[in-house]
Design a protein around this ligand. Sequence first.
Ligand SMILES: Cc1ncc(COP(=O)(O)O)c(C=O)c1O
Length: 459
Amino acid sequence: MDPRLDDDLVQLPDLLKETQEHAVRLLEGLAERPVAPPPGRREPVALPERGEGARGALEAFARRWEPGFSASAGPRYLGFVTGGSTPAALAGDWLTGALDQNVVGDLDSAAAGLERETVSWLRELLGLPVAYEGAFVSGATMSNVTGLAVAREWIGERRGVSVAEQGLAALGPVRVLSGSPHSSIGKALSVLGLGRSALRRVEPLPGREAVDVDRLAEALRELDGEPAIVVANAGTVNTVDYDDLRAIAALRERHPFWLHVDAAFGAFAALSPEHAHMVDGLGEADSICVDLHKWLNVPYDSAVQLTRRRDLQARVFQNSAAYLGAVGDDPDFVHLTPENSRRLRALAAWFTLAAYGREGHAEIVRRDVALAARLGERLAAMPAYRLLAPVRLNVVCFTVAADPSRADEVARAVAASGEAFVTPTVYAGVPALRAAFSNWRTTEADVERVAEALARAAG
Ligand SMILES: Cc1ncc(COP(=O)(O)O)c(C=O)c1O
């Protein structure tokens, strides 16, 4: 054995303890470190020939890289839609690395059973019917890819071909209809060979991002009975608008389509009694995308993909080999997702759900929603800013009142202050800013600091 490896093995308990102490110091300073330090560009150094052992690696990381890392796990990182990591989720994630399971199937470990239990807990948490089966993937993008791959196979079934067997050429063009889809839908269509141009955007309701269901019905009617895919959006990224899922699902009585719902973070509205109506009808979908590294507050990367047609999913993703086992009626995870070898992502989610249950996670959602509303009120009262949409849930979408073209500059100034991080966007053609609340650590005092940083940045 390499001497450094041998040394590290002997010292493993101390090494893990030192790393843990280091992590604790980092977490204790999380709320005060610069939220998004300008990363700059660091040139890679040459590969160490002999290496310094784990202690040396920790020291080099702390010196060379750590100072440039963002406080994205902290309370005032409001960019994109970013969750943190609850204490229990972090503990679960550490054990995931320590146990290093490969969740291919049931042959050698109970890990797949834990993944199934976690999926069933998530189903209960979000109030979804037991008809859904699910699997963990790396994020909402992969969840959308997987759901749309099943949708593609369903279109094939309707047309009497199997895309999984015969390829796309046998399928022919497919129409995908959506109101305000996340960019990952275009990426999914590209990956799946359906093509980004398969997507036809249906007009939203006036002043909204939610699709106009009458227009959607019209677009479906024009397809004249040709099976299609509808991507409904439950929580748009700019204004957290929701399509009317129940009304869309009802259109299936008249038109053949697969209903995929991108509920990446919006699904968590189910945890707030005041907002649960926004996801009414989610349980009617054929496939659903839910991200967990957003509002469940588990570390990156983690999402779940839910479907009612596991048979079609296995047709697409099956990976039969003598050494991996047959697909069968109850396929192992290796036959259900794009990956073959799979990290036990479910463990961090299992830990946080076991630790805080429905009540704990509902409290996080309710608090984040209240904090977003509070920031919305603060900004509405500042002449420097103008809200571009009502704060429907956990995102505040706003712009610089006098000159929206300054949105980028303001985002940079806020980041440079070290106080907070918000991301620029464009909404309805207007350069804008988004502040997204999905971290369990954020408090009212943080909102005040964010509001003050924004007031200063606007000049
Ligand atoms: C609605 C929606 N769908 C998909 C995604 C993509 O998520 P991920 O980055 O986890 O792939 C996001 C990310 O913000 C999102 O908000």
